[in-house]
Design a protein around this ligand. Structure first.
Ligand SMILES: [Zn+2]
Length: 268
């Protein structure tokens, strides 16, 4: 009987040891799995961080225009058959610009509009059919802007926050009609619609331009495109960063200020 008790005690102890060893091994495995999961989460987070910072560097957003010389080039009246050409010039110089599109032109240039957006340029509203906003009724004004915003948002997924009124014509007492948008005017105008000569346009821009300026041009003339083939690399050689309007003025896409931007020195 005494021997049996010893055997039972021995077997009991052995069984208990096996159970405890299994529990410890299970817990260790679980701990290892948790550590693996955390490590892989960290790897994903690091990869995301890396992608974000690469994107920021490539699309030259968040440029420090307080300490760097910046110019915002703007192109009106597209999208057009010239859109790809100006986008190619910008891309090969790693430069950004802002495009103010006419609503009625959008549906025949959907690919160009998408490209403008994916390559990191600003797309702004230039009304549905290039109308003088000061000469129409309030409801018509809102219709011109909303229709164009909706069509741009449908194509790019991003509702514009910038408005360039045709002819720069929008009196400040009508700002409240445009909703959450910023008005973009300009401080350098080479009159490229009037004098369709690439050399003249080049000279006017290069002579007038200074840090913090907004330059207005039109993407619908070959002479303008030819001028910017030289203007863009030459401004970069002079040390300018060519940036979007939202970048230069640090405009909050979710909550743009109801202001009129002419240059970094003139904001009304
Ligand atoms: Zn225009």
């Amino acid at each position: 009987m005494k021997q049996n008790k010893v055997v039972i005690f021995f077997l009991g102890t052995l069984l208990a040891s096996i159970i405890i060893a299994n529990i410890i091994s299970y817990e260790n495995k679980a701990k290892n799995n948790r550590q693996l999961a955390i490590a892989s989460q960290n790897a994903v987070a690091n990869e995301k961080e890396k992608n974000n910072s690469t994107k920021t560097a490539n699309d030259s957003k968040n440029t420090d225009c307080k300490n760097k010389k910046c110019i915002a080039l703007t192109f009106d009246d597209g999208p057009s058959k010239y859109s790809n050409e100006i986008l190619d010039i910008l891309k090969s110089n790693n430069a950004k610009a802002s495009f103010f599109y006419i609503g009625a032109h959008l549906s025949s240039h959907v690919n160009e509009v998408k490209r403008t957006s994916t390559e990191g340029h600003d797309i702004g509203n230039h009304t549905w059919d290039h109308i003088n906003l000061n000469k129409i009724a309030d409801t018509q004004l809102q219709d011109q802007i909303n229709r164009t915003n909706d069509e741009i948002a449908r194509i790019t997924g991003q509702k514009p926050v910038l408005l360039r009124p045709p002819f720069g014509s929008l009196s400040s007492d009508r700002f409240s009609l445009i909703g959450k948008m910023s008005v973009v005017q300009w401080s350098v105008d080479p009159d490229d619609w009037k004098d369709k000569d690439a050399n003249v346009i080049y000279d006017r821009v290069m002579q007038a331009v200074a840090n913090g300026n907004i330059v207005i041009s039109h993407e619908i003339y070959q002479s303008s495109i030819d001028a910017y083939k030289r203007i863009i690399p030459d401004l970069i050689k002079q040390g300018y960063s060519l940036v979007t309007i939202t970048d230069m003025f640090d405009i909050d896409l979710a909550d743009p200020l109801l202001k009129a931007y002419y240059s970094t020195n003139k904001i009304l």
